[in-house]
Structure formats: C-alpha cells, structure tokens
Write a protein that binds this ligand. Structure first.
Ligand code: BGC
Length: 525
C-alpha cells in the first residue's frame, strides 16, 4: 500500500492506516482494519527463557563475565525484576496521586481535563485533517469517516528537526504549516468538501504534551517533554498559534479539537469498540488517558454536574509519576541529569523509548570502568550521551542470549568497537542488561494500567466482570520484542489469571490521528 513515489505517504482504502511512530524505528506502512493484529503476533510468540549467565574468574575472553560484571548484573536484576509487593506499593501511591490530581491543580499527576465529553459512538462522519505533533515526528493525515469506519486515509510524516525542538514557537508552528501546505498541494480534497465554518478545512490538532485546556479547542502548554525546550510557548493559546501559522501560509483551516495523543488513541478505539476505557502511549514518551465521571473531577471549574452519566476524558500525564517505591537506579538519576526537563517525568524516563538506550549506555559505561567491559578502555562512542539508541536495545533484547555472535556484530557496528574486543562475556552482559531494562519498562507500564483499572473498579465505574479494553499506540509497544506479552505477565501477577483475561491490550495504530478526527467529528456534528 505504500506508494512507490512517496515512501512516506500511506494510503489506506478501507478501515484505517497504521502509524509510523516513535523510537525512530520505521516509516509508514498501511494496515487494513484497526485491531489487535500486531498485538496478537506478540501474544502468540513463545516466551524466552531467562538468560543463564555464569560467574567468571576475571577473564572475559573465556566467554564468561568478570566477577564485577556479574555483581553489577545482580544489582540491576535485584532492582529491575519487580516483586508483586513492590508493584502493589507503586499502585497504592499511584492511586493517591490520581485522587490529588482530580481535586487540585498542579499536582504530581496532572489529571488534565480534556473537555472531550461526547464519547465516540461509531457514527461520526466527515472529512478531516489531523495534525499530529509527536515526540519524534510531525504528521499530517487526511481522513474520511463514514459508517463507523475510516473510509480513506492519507498520511505524511516528517522527522522534527532537532534544532526546532529548542528553537522558537513560531519556527516550530511555521514548520508544521509548511508541512501542511506541501501535503495539501498533493492530497487536498478537503477545501472543496465545504465542511467546517466558512468553507474552512476542519482540523483536529493532536499535541502530545501536557496542556491546560479551558475548552476543547483552546489551551496552553504546561511543560515541554521528550527533549523539547521552547521557552516562548508558555502563556500562548496553542490553537491560535497553529491557526496563525496556517493562515500565514494561506491555509484556511479551523481547529475543532485539540487533544493529547493518549486522548486521541482512546477515542480512535472507542469509535470501533465501546468497551475501550483507556488510551496508552508507549513510544518516545509515555502516558495514559481514561474516561472519568465528570462529578469526580472536583477541580473542574464550572463543570458541576449532578448526572452520574456525564463523562470526560482525563489525560493523566502519568510520565510525571514519582514514588520512593519505584525501582530507581543510579543510571536513572544520570539519565535525568542529561535532560532539559531534569527532575520531571521520572516514570516516563524509566519506561519510554527516548530513554532506554541512554540508560543501557550508562550501565555499559559503568561496567566498562568497573568491570572491564569491552576491554575496560572507555570507548569514544560509548562516552557520548544518547549514542545508544533504544532501537539497538530492542534488537539486542530480541536476539536473546542464544545469538551472542549477532549481538557482538550489532555492538561493534553501533559503538565503533572492533569485533575482537567484544568478548562473549561482554555480549552476554549487554544482552541481559537490555532484557532487564525492557522487562522493567513493561512491568512499570502494566503496573500503571493496573492502577487505573483498580481505580475504575473501586469507584464503580467499571465492573470487574466486563471487558477492560486498553488501546495502545507507540513504537515501544509495537516493536519492542514481546512487550505486550511482558505486560500481560504483570497483569497475571497482580490480578490473577482470570481477572487478567479481562484486560485486553489492543494495538491501536494511528490512534492519535484517527482519534483526533473522530473527536473533531463528534464536535462538529
Ligand atoms: C507527554 C504526554 C504524551 C506522552 C506520549 C509525554 O512526554 O507529556 O503528553 O502523551 O509523552 O507521547
């Protein structure tokens, strides 16, 4: 389905398209039918055994690890393999932070009202343009909704240039406007469709950062994350900024809804499955949004309602969760030091794709200095921050301990270290380390989902007997080996086998694009 002349453009003729998102792993591909396809692929794969690793006598060249490497790994294992008790403690803290965030502004969990009150029912219709500013890419999607399906979808995405992530607001929004202009030059039918006020193109804006909204189509940024640090965005209305740049580029558009990517993902799946309760992003960043009874969002000014059935999607911004019970490593502190949003987004930095590689790099650096990893000399490339991509962690974890020759090849190519200097012991160390970092990420993400599930059951908004459908998008979930399977293991450990079956993790490709359009359609109707 990917057009030859434009590899970045995706066309899906029937139900939906797929998302080329995050962790800089891939480009677009088309998928027919939203659903659990990719997820099920992972579910059905067999579980790999735990890595067997042996204690060596200090000579890594014999294919075993040095004693210090083994000790280091034992330390990481002690932290990264979470016990049920630990996870229960994390859930307890998470629930307390949720309640605080619903009551008051500026809490650790921001619990941001999205103003999405009309839940998608599957009857939304129309042609829309979705503009999606993510952590790695900016994406423009034109789609048509009809008869409970995405009838047509064309998408184009570009990586966001690094300098724009720390430049000015105007440069960033002008970049989006230019992208939209080029896209419409190739794919526009919307202007002629006459939808929207005054014949303007109806737009849904997906903004994957925390924002304080006072309505569905207005709001200001709370803080930048995922490497963005643009100082002059604060205090400005994001929709006005977008419409302003679009109009400078002579694009007549009207933004009907501005939503977070988690909100979009939830709405997109709700459009096709009414049992969807939660939207989760596991990609460059991480976060979740759920459907809340409006009465429970006590901090919502003017939102007073007596009606039990009034609902609103709440963007939790779970990335900022922090608890002394989290399995925090020295490397987590070091990763945090290297980020522009130091001291924030602890949970996200332990889970999401932007940070896992850096975490492994720092652990390798330590093992090199203390435990003779890679011959003990501090390799140039390994010393440079952010040079160990999460896609490499993912590949090494996927290869497993049985394919150490391939692990060596990967490491040699990525870190510019001669093959001969990477012993079997080194490869084994890095292989196990990647597995532990992946395990911890999935266990924490699943602990977060379980906390929200418990909250909804405790507040009697979800019955323990009903399906609890969790729509997930993002490159980590989609591409990291056995990620959904690892999450499922955590659900079993926390909820028991029977209850865990009710939690259905479904990959919702292109959730943010489709969901934004669905919400815009629900509003426009
Ligand atoms: C942002 C969230 C977003 C998540 C996933 C986080 O860094 O704060 O708003 O939903 O990334 O993209």
């Amino acid at each position: 389905m990917v057009k030859e002349e434009d590899r970045k453009t995706t066309t899906a003729a029937t139900t939906t398209g797929s998302r080329a998102s995050s962790v800089s792993l891939l480009v677009c591909s088309a998928v027919l039918g939203i659903g659990a396809g990719v997820g099920l692929y992972f579910w059905n794969r067999t579980k790999r055994n735990r890595t067997p690793w042996r204690r060596g006598k200090g000579n890594a060249n014999k294919g075993v690890m040095t004693k210090t490497q083994v000790d280091l790994l034992e330390g990481y294992e002690g932290k990264c393999v979470l016990t049920k008790k630990q996870m229960e403690g994390i859930i307890e803290d998470f629930l307390a932070r949720m309640e605080e965030g619903l009551e008051r502004e500026e809490q650790q969990l921001k619990m941001l009202p999205s103003f999405v009150e009309k839940m998608p029912c599957g009857k939304e219709e129309g042609e829309f343009l979705a503009i999606d500013l993510g952590g790695t890419n900016s994406r423009v999607v034109r789609l048509a909704l009809k008869g409970g399906q995405v009838r047509e979808m064309v998408a184009h995405e570009d990586p966001i240039p690094k300098e724009l992530m720390v430049g000015t607001t105007k440069e960033l929004f002008d970049f989006i406007a230019r992208q939209v202009k080029t896209f419409l030059g190739k794919h526009n039918t919307l202007a002629q469709s006459g939808q929207g006020k005054g014949g303007k193109i109806p737009i849904g804006f997906c903004f994957s950062y925390p924002m304080k909204q006072t309505g569905l189509a207005n709001g200001e940024i709370v803080n930048w994350n995922k490497g963005f640090d643009i100082k002059d965005t604060f205090g400005k209305d994001l929709v006005e900024l977008l419409e302003g740049s679009l109009s400078e580029y002579k694009i007549q558009g009207k933004v009907f809804a501005m939503v977070n990517d988690t909100v979009g993902t939830l709405a997109a799946h709700k459009f096709i499955d009414q049992d969807t309760q939660l939207g989760v992003i596991l990609g460059t960043g991480s976060n979740a949004a759920y459907i809340e009874g409006k009465r429970r969002i006590t901090k919502l000014q003017g939102g007073e309602t007596k009606r039990e059935e009034d609902k609103m999607i709440v963007n939790i911004e779970w990335g900022n969760f922090k608890s002394s019970r989290l399995p925090y490593l020295e490397e987590d502190r070091e990763v945090d030091e290297r980020t522009p949003n130091k001291g924030k987004q602890h949970f996200e930095k332990m889970i999401s794709g932007m940070y896992l590689g850096e975490m492994v790099r720092l652990a390798c650096l330590r093992a090199s200095a203390e435990g003779n990893l890679f011959g003990g000399s501090q390799k140039d490339k390994l010393q440079q921050a952010w040079t160990f991509p999460t896609s490499l962690v993912s590949r090494i974890d996927g290869l497993g301990p049985e394919k150490l020759d391939q692990v060596k090849k990967e490491l040699s190519a990525a870190l510019d270290i001669p093959r001969a200097e990477i012993t079997h012991g080194c490869a084994r160390f890095v292989s196990r380390l990647c597995q532990l970092v992946g395990d911890r990420s999935a266990a924490l993400a699943a602990t977060g989902v379980t906390a929200i599930y418990r909250y909804l059951m405790q507040s009697k908004q979800v019955s323990p007997n009903q399906r609890f459908v969790v729509a997930v998008d993002g490159g980590l979930f989609e591409h990291y080996p056995r990620y959904p399977e690892r999450m499922q293991q955590t659900f079993i450990s926390l909820l028991g086998k029977e209850q865990a079956k009710r939690v259905e993790l479904v990959h919702s490709p292109d959730g943010s694009g489709i969901g934004t359009a669905v919400i815009a359609a629900a509003t426009a109707r």
